[in-house]
Design a protein around this ligand. Structure first.
Ligand SMILES: [Zn+2]
Length: 469
């Protein structure tokens, strides 16, 4: 890489820093949660993410780039006119803000070198980098022998229906692309996904059970209403950690639990409030006359986030441990609906796993309503394109980290030729002003570390120029 190009990138980044941060904050102001239940013509994921896509495409065309709206599923912007394209993928939808925020999720602020807001990191940071990659190339007159194409999806967090539908309908994607939705360096393997809705017989004394908004986030709060003797139950829960019982009158008691929210694929450090509530209720009320049998199954099967209670303990060197998240709970008639997000290692036997789990459900009278299996992703570490990306990463960070495997599923699992690379740096600084459990991508007070983000920008610019020459 020519030294003058490095200087040019450094100078451009330094002089655009404030502008980039301000741009990102504008993007974070949109509460772009994907809501397929609110779909209308041209807005398959509801009005909020529709409005976000329009905003993003307008921003891109205001800088003179050609854009296209793919029916509200996703959108594209191009720099260059060569037929062969390099893709750069980001998503515009965010997970719902969830509980326990100290800051305001959609009124972003900058504090101690961090931007705070829902989507500041996941994944608007990447979409804005896409815009600035295009601006850099254009404003510096850099010609590549491939076009650069930024593609922005609208339903990544809710199962990637955006690109699945776009591709099913014959939409074209670049032959090779970068998914900017995880960490550096190159991610060469991703666990498979096993998503299911199950219906657990609840037990007649459970009137309500509610936790979580999306499958792929660990619920930080849970609430249950029991038909019970209030004094007796309140006394039983006295001293239980992070659990509160309250008399609602009329023989109903509300019990709430606080846990630690976070991303389903990375259970370390999280604490599922719903399974905690179930476990606590079972231990406190065992031997009582109350019928809460659904909670027994939930506590036993899902309290452990590595699938142990389900009878799975898959782990391999390539992609690590299986993870299991019970993300959303609600009562439907005489059952508790539970939405599961399970990520299995590349080498796991998915057929055996499915059969084993189906047998366990049957034994306990639990219904399996929806099951969606997504295959794992894998690319050879020695692929030439992987090497080019690794080189750019090393130049900027001076680090020799090897390509890595992970449990998080990105667009790589859905879009052919799309390799996950950045934008997070694993030596990103953590904000000292936030308590434990805050600051993560799907948890409360999501942050973006600005310096790391700018380093990611430089890595991407070098990578794109390298791939385009
Ligand atoms: Zn994301």
């Amino acid at each position: 890489m020519a030294a003058d190009l490095g200087t040019m990138i450094d100078a451009y980044t330094a002089s655009h820093r404030e502008e980039m941060v301000a741009e990102l904050m504008e993007w974070v102001r949109h509460p772009s949660v994907s809501r397929a239940d609110l779909r209308t013509e041209g807005a398959p994921y509801g009005p909020d993410v529709r409005e976000m896509l329009t905003f993003a495409l307008n921003r891109l065309s205001s800088f003179g780039f050609r854009t296209e709206d793919h029916g509200g599923y996703c959108g594209s912007a191009w720099y260059g006119s060569a037929e062969e394209e390099i893709g750069f993928y980001a998503h515009l939808d965010v997970v719902p803000e969830g509980p326990n925020w100290i800051f305001k999720p959609y009124e972003p602020v900058v504090k101690d070198g961090f931007v705070i807001g829902r989507g500041a990191d996941d994944n608007k940071a990447a979409a804005v980098l896409g815009l600035y990659i295009m601006r850099f190339l254009k404003e510096n007159g850099i010609r590549l022998n491939k076009s650069f194409r930024l593609m922005m999806g609208c339903a990544e967090e809710t199962g990637m229906d955006d690109f699945k539908t776009y591709l099913q309908r014959g939409g074209k994607v670049p032959g090779f692309g970068i998914v900017a939705d995880a960490g550096f360096p190159v991610c060469y393997a991703q666990k498979g996904g096993w998503n299911a809705d199950i219906l657990v017989p609840k037990g007649k004394d459970i009137l309500e059970f509610r936790a979580g908004n999306v499958r792929n986030a660990v619920p930080g709060d849970a609430r249950m209403v029991l038909r019970a003797n209030a004094d007796e139950v309140i006394k039983a829960f006295e001293g239980a950690e992070d659990i509160t019982a309250e008399d609602l009158g009329g023989g109903r008691v509300q019990i709430t639990a606080k846990g630690q929210g976070g991303h389903a694929a990375f259970p370390e450090g999280t604490d599922n409030a719903a399974t905690k509530l179930a476990e606590s209720a079972v231990s406190v009320l065992s031997g009582s006359a109350y019928d809460i049998r659904g909670l027994e199954f939930i506590a036993k099967t899902f309290r452990n986030p590595f699938g142990e209670g389900m009878g799975f303990r898959y782990e391999d060197e390539m992609s690590g441990k299986l993870s299991s998240n019970a993300g959303v709970f609600s009562v439907e008639n005489d059952r508790i609906r539970v939405l599961l997000d399970i990520r299995y290692p590349v080498s796991a036997d998915i057929h055996m796993m499915t059969e084993g789990f189906q047998a366990l459900l049957k034994e306990n009278g639990v219904l399996l309503e929806k099951l969606q299996i997504e295959k794992p992703f894998y690319i050879d570490k020695n692929d030439e394109r992987v090497r080019k990306l690794q080189e750019s990463y090393q130049e900027i960070t001076g680090r020799e980290d090897e390509p890595y495997a992970m449990g998080g599923g990105t667009y790589s699992r859905v879009i052919p030729g799309a390799i996950t690379f950045g934008p997070g740096l694993h030596h990103d600084e953590k904000p000292e002003f936030l308590p434990k459990g805050h600051g993560g991508a799907h948890g409360p007070d999501e942050v973006l570390h600005i310096e790391s983000w700018l380093r990611a920008y430089k890595i991407y610019l070098r990578s794109i120029i390298r791939l385009g020459q």
